[in-house]
Ligand binder design. Structure first.
Ligand SMILES: Nc1ncnc2c1ncn2[C@@H]1O[C@H](COP(=O)(O)OP(=O)(O)OP(=O)(O)O)[C@@H](O)[C@H]1O
Ligand SMILES: [Mg+2]
Length: 642
């Protein structure tokens, strides 16, 4: 080990490795060089000698032997290097083949049977002297075919196929997949659309379907089947429909954040020539009493409150049954963009439940259904609700935001839970507006009394329905039906269905009059009853050539008798009725100088009073059937056309 090795602690076996060579060198030196020099050299390091020999500097050798020596050394030391270089040098001219664009199996592959064996192409016999291009073509076809055969790649597998071909193959496969998938989806969609349209068609052509289905459908009520879905299909009075829609639109600012368009008042528009309804007479006089229509318009034109809500937070629809009040509320609310939540006040009689349902409907968002529309609460049959429920509703209407400032904050803290402001419209529906429990609500509600449905429109609708079911009904018969039922849509349609169900194919006025359908045991309210008792109906013109019967209440005494008796029996509130008759009979105008009618009326009142006493004291309720005759007697004594 020399100094260098010692210094860097490198161990090598140089002397062992090159022992032979060193010996040769030593011998050569001994032979050719002087002994002094040789000694000097020998005392020195062997390696340093060799390094010296390998030095690039021109060396002037003192003896010719030195040239030989150099040649030997160079040969010795370059031997390893040259061996290393030899291997690549043989292949210097061979560059590794890049992946060809098109498959071209190398000649080596084709010419070597072993390689062919491995790659699975051994079946192609290799004959020397073939044309290289045609050979390639043949091989190409073979390879393409072999790809179709499973496991035909042999040991090389996919390596035998160029990447370009694989890519094309994969792209083709994916394209095929996409095409197949899209075809499948198209078929699926087509079948579902056909299914829906088939369902729709089935629903439309109910009459023409097979008898089993017809039986199921026959049980479905026509009133539900022909219930209006859109604003334009409504049969109720146009002005009422429009007023309710306008009132609902007043909520747009707070519910939908839409700014309210300021429109000229109704009276201004009328003068501007846009008459939407019949102008009332005497429009020119500013000091005259305002008509009901103008008052309603004014109410709707009033400014919004500080929270941008309409002045009246609740609309109260009132009217006799079957005129389409509930239907109108539903259709209008949907038309104005609301989700309808309906509560039946007669059902939820407990105050807590009522409160809960109101809060839920006015504060929660609708989560069912795709469209998250704001709720519009409809409280139906509110005249059947107890006073406690009405008070709860009033409390909800009158909720206020807490007073501002510190005092307000403290007040809010004191309250366990702050009750939120009402920010959703509420529509209430009732038959009798004058139920005592409704009095406080009446003062805070936007009142809309439902007028009778126009018979001409109702007749037209009934004719459409009859035609759809193959029932031939002349217009006189349908008019008669409307009159008999007081233009009650529900009652008219139900009667038609009943008659159709009994196998009737032809409907005329006589049939309508002969059947006892359409008459309902209704409670129209005390005011209506008193009006029927004291007021004679206006005589109606008879239709020429038609056996048109007169409406109940008009015409012959027997009919009037039956009508009043029916109304009084239906009301059931005999005491209240007699009280009202007693209060008003003296104010009726009668041509009776001897006050005979007054004496008879007092007799009847006495009779009624004693009858009542006997019933209550003796618990003899079978006598109650005589109580409604008081109303009939008063009708024949005092009824007047004015
Ligand atoms: N324009 C219309 N065309 C056809 N049918 C209608 C129309 N309007 C209402 N109806 C039908 O008449 C029936 C009675 O309507 P609705 O229930 O709205 O009356 P209502 O005034 O609320 O009666 P009630 O006071 O008894 O609750 C409903 O079944 C409805 O489908
Ligand atoms: Mg209703």
């Amino acid at each position: 080990m020399d100094e260098y090795d010692e210094m860097f602690e490198v161990e090598d076996h140089y002397e062992e490795q090159f022992a032979d060579e060193l010996e040769v060198l030593a011998e050569l030196e001994k032979k050719t060089c002087k002994p002094a020099k040789r000694q000097k050299q020998s005392t020195g390091d062997d390696i340093s000698d060799i390094e010296h020999l390998l030095d690039d500097k021109p060396i002037t050798l003192k003896c010719t032997g030195q040239k030989k020596e150099m040649g030997v050394v160079k040969r010795l030391f370059n031997a390893a290097e040259s061996q290393e270089r030899k291997v690549p040098s043989q292949h210097d001219d061979i560059t590794p083949p890049s992946s060809p664009e098109h498959y071209e199996p190398s000649d080596a592959v084709r010419s070597t049977p072993v390689v062919l064996d491995i790659s699975g192409f051994a079946e192609i016999p290799e004959t020397p002297g073939r044309h290289p291009i045609t050979d390639r073509k043949r091989t190409d076809t073979k390879i393409t075919e072999s790809r179709l055969i499973p496991n035909s790649y042999g040991a090389l597998g996919l390596l035998a196929v160029p990447i370009g071909v694989l890519r094309t193959q994969e792209a083709e496969r994916r394209h095929q997949q996409v095409v197949e998938e899209s075809q499948r989806l198209t078929e699926l969609l087509g079948s579902s659309v056909n299914g829906v349209s088939a369902e729709f068609e089935n629903a439309e052509d109910e009459e023409n379907a097979d008898p089993e289905d017809a039986e199921g459908r026959a049980s479905r009520l026509w009133v539900d089947r022909f219930s209006p879905r859109h604003y334009t299909e409504l049969l109720s009075d146009d002005f009422t429909n429009r007023c309710l829609l306008k009132w609902l639109k007043l909520w747009d600012t707070v519910v939908f954040g839409r700014e309210r368009k300021s429109r000229p008042a109704f009276s201004d528009r009328q003068t501007g020539g846009q008459k939407s309804f019949k102008p009332s007479q005497g429009n020119q006089n500013p000091n005259r009493f305002k008509s009901k229509i103008e008052m309603t318009e004014e109410l709707l034109a009033a400014e919004l409150d500080q929270y941008k809500r309409p002045k009246f937070k609740v609309a109260l629809l009132s009217g006799p049954p079957g005129l389409g009040k509930t239907t109108l509320a539903h259709v209008i609310a949907k038309h104005a963009g609301y989700n309808v939540v309906e509560i039946n006040a007669s059902d939820d009689r407990s105050a807590e439940v009522f409160q809960k349902r109101i809060d839920t409907a006015t504060q929660m968002k609708s989560v069912l259904g795709a469209s998250e529309r704001p709720n519009c609460l409809i409280i139906d049959e509110i005249d059947g609700a107890p006073a406690a429920a009405i008070n709860i509703l009033l409390a909800v209407l009158n909720r206020k935001d807490g007073p501002a400032g510190e005092a307000g904050a403290e007040a809010a803290k004191k309250k366990k839970k702050k009750e939120p402001l009402l920010l959703r419209p509420i529509i209430c529906i009732c038959n009798d507006l004058y139920v005592p429990a409704l009095r406080p609500l009446r003062q805070q509600a936007f009142l809309l009394a439902f007028p009778q449905t126009q018979p001409s429109r109702l007749t037209q609708r009934l004719a459409e329905i009859s035609v759809q079911h193959g029932l031939k009904a002349d217009s006189a018969a349908l008019m008669s039906l409307c009159e008999k039922t007081d233009n009650d849509i529900r009652s008219c349609i139900n009667t038609l269905q009943f008659l159709h169900g009994r196998g009737l194919k032809q409907l005329d006025a006589r049939t309508i009059q002969s059947v006892s359908v359409g008459q309902k045991d209704q409670n129209k309210g005390l005011f209506h009853l008193w009006q029927e008792i004291f007021q004679l109906p206006r005589p109606k013109r008879k239709r020429v050539g038609e056996g048109f019967e007169e409406a109940p209440g008009s015409g012959s005494g027997a009919q009037r008798f039956q009508n009043v008796l029916h109304l009084a029996s239906s009301s059931g509130e005999y005491e209240k009725v007699s009280q009202g008759l007693y209060d008003n009979y003296l104010s009726m105008r009668v041509r009776d100088p001897n006050l005979q009618s007054t004496c008879e009326a007092l007799d009847w009142l006495t009779f009624s009073d004693r009858l009542n006493q006997v019933i209550l004291h003796g618990q003899n309720f079978s006598l109650m059937k005589y109580l409604p005759f008081l109303s009939v007697a008063f009708h024949f004594l005092f009824a007047h056309t004015n």
